[in-house]
Write a protein that binds this ligand. Sequence first.
Ligand SMILES: O=C(O)CCC(=O)C(=O)O
Ligand SMILES: [Fe+2]
Length: 269
Amino acid sequence: MQRLTDLGTRFFQMPAAEKEKAAFGQVGYEGRHVYMPERVQWVETLALVTGPDPNLEDILRVTCADYREEFIATVNEYIQEIQRVGLVLLELMAESLALEKSFFSQHFEKNSTSVTRFNYYPPCPLPSVALGLFPHADPNCITILNQDDIGGLQIRKDGRWISVRPLKDTLVVNVGDSLQAWTNGHFKSVEHRAVLNSVKPRLSVVFFYSPYAQAAMAPPLKLVDECHPLLYRPFTWAEYFPRMQKKRMEGKVGIDTFMRLDHKEDSPT
Ligand SMILES: O=C(O)CCC(=O)C(=O)O
Ligand SMILES: [Fe+2]
């Protein structure tokens, strides 16, 4: 893990012009020191597609060969391990809902969709008027987040922001919007944001895990009854994700806008 964060940090320490060469459409490098209406967003990200068709080689082609090889090997090693963690979590979540153990995980096992994103938050001279990441819920199924010891992640609970204090060798797991819909609202996705400090840079490595693109995410009948009417229509990641990408939305609204059965405007584009 230390190797992964060291190598990730080295990427962000490259000159800005070099990093810009790793921009790659919706993924790759993005530097966001941009003024938004109310607050400045202050973060640099490096998003690598890690499944099903990894594009690490393409994105990192601008970096020197030794570094690139070590970085890619380390990310791949990490992905192998973190996927195993993800599968176990999905199995436990299914069991906790009295479903077949493999109810979710079977759609991830052979083939899954994942992005691994490095978020680098440089020290910010005015942290109170800026945010690292605006409030959002992740669109995927589960997110496994690895943060260093600086702190900055906050989740919204009952309308209040609560800091997720870093604990050594501890992963943070977030439920994403897709799993909320897939479980008919039994698991709730968590709204979260990243705040900044003026002293030290912070790095998080975030694994966004979803089933293979064509897997139908349809709530099991066991989770639908009179008290829990069907909330979302079945959908696939291939259908949902492009909609989310087109419409950058703040807060926790994406899944309800696109997939909720009782949502009024069904014209997402
Ligand atoms: O850096 C963090 O703690 C939050 C990252 C996050 O929410 C994301 O990348 O979606
Ligand atoms: Fe997130």
